[in-house]
Design a protein around this ligand. Structure first.
Ligand code: G16
Length: 542
């Protein structure tokens, strides 16, 4: 029986960089999740008879919200829901399932790399029929709807069994519980040379993949250990846990420290990788060689033709604005366009749909391609493995040869976390108002050449996204970008992105911290970070 339940709007349901992310206890308020889901359903047209995909990264609250969403889908006209067994679907797998089964869209339940558990984070994101995150126009409409909502529709029915595959019925709605791994693994087999990678492992190549007790465990066990023959034990922390084992499932040098230490140690395997809470981010470390996400994008783009799925070449490369310009040089060498978008995977969707870009990447540990409309952690790992299987060189050598050809973009991101929001806003406001006065100013990194606030005009639909980050360029080509994170759930996070380019005939083996020291000093001089935040060093450097 369909029920209309009256409700009141919540003032804080504005989606950020990637959906609505809040503390679990915020989501546990009566009607909180229901309001947001109803706002999504009110904005989305074409629900009658349509298919909806529902899945999440298995974090605390995942199963409860899935049941809520199924009942609401039944009352809002959907004919079919596809849900991953156990409520599990990695974000890239959800994107693929939406596309493969012609779904109208999907609800992806995740707060990505943020921690999980009763005191931690939860999130809901809506993806559209192309498999990608809803574009800004849609998220803005959803937000507007949350502010005026008066009731939500649900179907009075008990919880559905989502733990065994098969078909269930909730009133008029058919619920199909699917294997979360099978379709995704089959897609990977079409893109990469699995027999070459199998031969690599058979020859004694050693790898560690850290699934961080998050969603990629089942995917990595199946693909790396079962299909590619990597020895059992290659995948560690391979069981998804609701609290990620009390860890922060963010594959960076701070939160994947064990992997980093192993890879820098005397018994390092050949290749180390990790993925995040929902499986869309990746960390790549060779023996004694960390690969920054920006460099990883550039190396993958330069070598993608070695994998069967990309042998035809690339139509274009896209990167988010704060990502280093390493990929730009590859695009120039390949003679393909390079697109610079705002932070957020949703901005790549139109370029991928239009066939203008094939590979995309972000400094925030995200790389992906036109095979889905999300970034894809295991995809990046498999492309690296395919390249290693063909080139048969250590990661460090591949990187050294890349820099020797293209030059090196020294790069780091400094994050200042949990700043009181008013202080962070004051810092950005002061910086924005100083922009016209900056060109010509002398700083510890030399004179400022340019200063602006990044605005993006989408080349496919001419939509404009303004105020996407303050960019300061220096006379020697170095760059600092300042922006506030759109994914945090506690106060504000200031991100400071630092980049310095050294040409192929320059010094390519500096310590990153040494190479960037003048830019760190310039960032402080230009933005007064310590004065505004009271923090004399970043919380995290990646
Ligand atoms: C999300 C977005 C990414 C973005 C990242 C960081 O990733 O999908 O496009 O780069 O957040 O965003 P911000 O700098 O605003 O915190 P994820 O992995 O959290 O979904």
């Amino acid at each position: 029986m369909i029920q209309d339940v009256s409700t009141k709007p919540f003032a804080d349901q504005k989606p950020g960089t990637s959906g609505l992310r809040k503390k679990v206890r915020v989501f546990q308020q009566p009607n909180y999740a229901e309001n947001f889901i109803q706002a999504v359903f009110d904005v989305v047209t074409g629900k009658e008879g349509a298919t909806l995909v529902i899945g999440g990264d298995g974090r605390f609250l995942n199963r409860e919200v899935i049941q809520v969403a199924i009942r609401m889908a039944a009352a809002n006209g959907f004919a079919r829901v596809l849900v991953g067994q156990g409520g599990i679907l990695s974000t890239p797998a959800a994107s693929h399932v939406i596309r493969r089964y012609g779904a109208l869209g999907g609800l992806v339940l995740s707060a990505s790399h943020n921690p999980g558990g009763p005191e931690e984070d939860f999130g809901i994101k809506y993806n559209i029929a192309n498999g990608g995150p809803a574009p800004e126009a849609v998220t803005e409409a959803i937000h507007a709807r949350t502010l005026s909502i008066e009731n939500y529709r649900t179907f009075a029915a008990p919880d559905v069994d989502i733990d065994s595959p098969g078909l269930r019925q909730v009133g008029p709605l058919t619920v199909e519980v699917i294997d979360p791994v099978a379709d995704y693994a089959a897609l990977m087999e079409t893109l990469f040379d699995f027999s070459a990678i199998r031969a690599l492992f058979a020859g004694g190549f050693r790898m560690r993949f850290d699934a961080m007790s998050a969603v990629t465990g089942p995917y990595a066990h199946e693909i790396l250990e079962r299909r590619l023959g990597a020895p059992a034990g290659t995948v560690v922390n391979g069981t998804p846990l609701p609290d990620f084992g009390h860890h922060h499932p963010d594959p960076n040098l701070v939160h994947a420290r064990d992997l980093y230490d192993l890879m820098m140690g005397p018994d390092a395997p050949d290749f180390g990788a990790a993925s995040d809470g929902d499986g869309d981010r990746n960390l790549i470390i060779g023996r004694n060689q960390y690969v920054t996400p920006s460099d990883s994008l550039a190396v993958l783009a330069a070598n993608a033709h070695l994998a069967p799925g990309y042998a035809r070449g690339l139509a274009g490369i896209a990167r988010s604005m704060p990502t280093s310009a390493a990929a730009d040089r590859v695009a120039a060498a390949l003679g393909v366009p390079l697109f610079e978008t705002p932070t957020g995977w949703k901005f790549f969707g139109n370029l991928l749909d239009a066939g203008m870009a094939t590979i995309c990447g972000e400094e925030s540990a995200g790389t992906g391609s036109d095979h889905v409309r999300e970034k894809d952690g295991l995809w990046a790992v498999l492309l690296w493995l395919n390249i290693l299987a063909v080139r048969r060189q250590p990661v460090a050598q591949i990187l050294a040869e890349h820099w020797a050809r293209f030059g090196r973009n020294y790069y780091a991101r400094h994050d200042y976390e949990a700043i009181p929001t008013d202080r962070a806003d004051a810092l950005m406001a002061a910086l924005r108002s100083s922009l016209p006065t900056l060109p010509g100013l002398d700083t510890p990194a030399g004179p400022v050449a340019s200063a602006d606030d990044f605005a993006y005009t989408d080349p496919t639909d001419a939509s404009v996204s303004a105020r996407q980050g303050v960019r300061i360029g220096f006379v020697d080509g170095s760059r600092i970008v300042f922006r506030l994170s759109g994914t945090g759930t506690e106060g504000a996070t200031l991100r400071v992105y630092l980049e310095r380019y050294v040409a192929a005939d320059g010094d390519l083996s500096l310590e990153t911290a040494v190479a960037l020291a003048p830019l760190v000093a310039a960032a402080e001089a230009l933005a007064g970070i310590a004065g505004h935040t009271g923090m004399d060093r970043p919380s995290v450097i990646t």
